[in-house]
Design a protein around this ligand. Sequence first.
Ligand code: F0G
Length: 464
Amino acid sequence: MADLLFQRCINPACGGTADCADTAFRCPRCGGLLDVAYDWNRLPVPSSLKHFESKWANRSNPLDFSGVWRFRELLPFAPDDKIVTIGEGQTLCQRADAVAAYCGMSPGRLFLQYEGMNPSGSFKDNGMSAAFTHARMTGATRAACASTGNTSASLAAYCAATQLMRGIIFIGSGKISYGKLSQALEHGALTVQIQGDFDDALRRVQEVSRQLGIYLVNSVNPFRLEGQKTIMFRVLEALRWDVPDWVVVPGGNLGNVSAFAKAFFELRELGLIARLPRLAVINAEGAHTAYQLHERLGLRWNGGAFDAAGVSGYYGELDATNRKPDTLASAIEINRPVNLPKALRALDCCNGVVRAVPDAEILDAKAKVGAGGLGCEPASGASVAGLKRLVAEGVIDKDATAVCILTGHVLKDSDETVAYHSADPATFEAKLGKRGVKAVSFANRAVQVPNDLDAIVAAIQSQR
Ligand code: F0G
């Protein structure tokens, strides 16, 4: 292959390729997932990660301001004049000692990578700016996704901010939080609410996009994952280019874990880092396909020859027993992760582990994160709950450096947060109790007082 840049089947035994402009996002030979592949020998790659610090002085250029595109030499698929940015990736990697203590880790060892600071409030903007750029390169005028809410919010925001494309979003009925739905509606996306869950919506959007020639921005699109690599570049930047021992990430459709491993793998290939971190993927117990397959059934990447029949068998069993995903962490309420093969490769490459945590632990971890000053949504809390488990199991050492990814903002799902802290048993029951959460540990209950000055003063003084 003479091209500098192309799409390549992730299965080395297949070796299928597709042109960069191809938007089918499936290997033309075997139907498998594709990577964006580069001929790095013929591309200008910096000799040290410190090179990227020079971009900070040039922040008046939107491409150097963007937390995605200031690393564009590491995702070099677009000419500068085609790049779409709305200022994504101005995120924060915060040292979090109180959360570290909660997880059983030593001070100074845990960092929270807060992707809630993105323009649409989640990590999705990293990938959306990359997918949108590719869509623009291919001349697309419509872009679609299925979503548990954040991808759709992000797509809608990019459509509205750039006016380059019409956004069409597919959501499962009753499966999306109001915060996220309100973003899609407010930004003017065509919103298609289908009867079913995310897995149903994803299947349909792929069919519809193929039939109508609409550009698909779900994470089966490898250009999305190129943007999501930059979350790891920013983590390294925050850690002064030191590689952490562990990166802990919630797992839904398994795009992030796949993108993160690709980022580290490529950096090592380019001689820009000396070692890879380990990866931990955290499922919710109610949507634990990756955990079941990787940890319980021992499914492994096996150089690309993973047991696909075993995976089909697992899905067949889900169908036969009509088991649907069910978790309060609605962003990761997914039973059929589309990036499963890539995630297996990522776990293999980065010596990864998968865990599944119950909703009550997710919500407690989320509250601990909030008490430390960064508000995140339930799916993000899963990473911290997972870290706590892995420290308790002795898999992650208390003195290791770990980074938990907080994928979305607390305001994405305020209903659950209010119910968590509610003093009203009916509110708690309606939102959390009914879904299996019996008790929570860190509720900050509002104090009820009569409209009387003395009573108000007494109530405040009694709380000191
Ligand atoms: N955290 C949040 C807040 C998410 O919105 C998602 C996925 C994930 C974690 C899981 O990430 O798929 O890379 O493993 N949300 C998708 C959506 C599915 O439609 O917004 P993943």
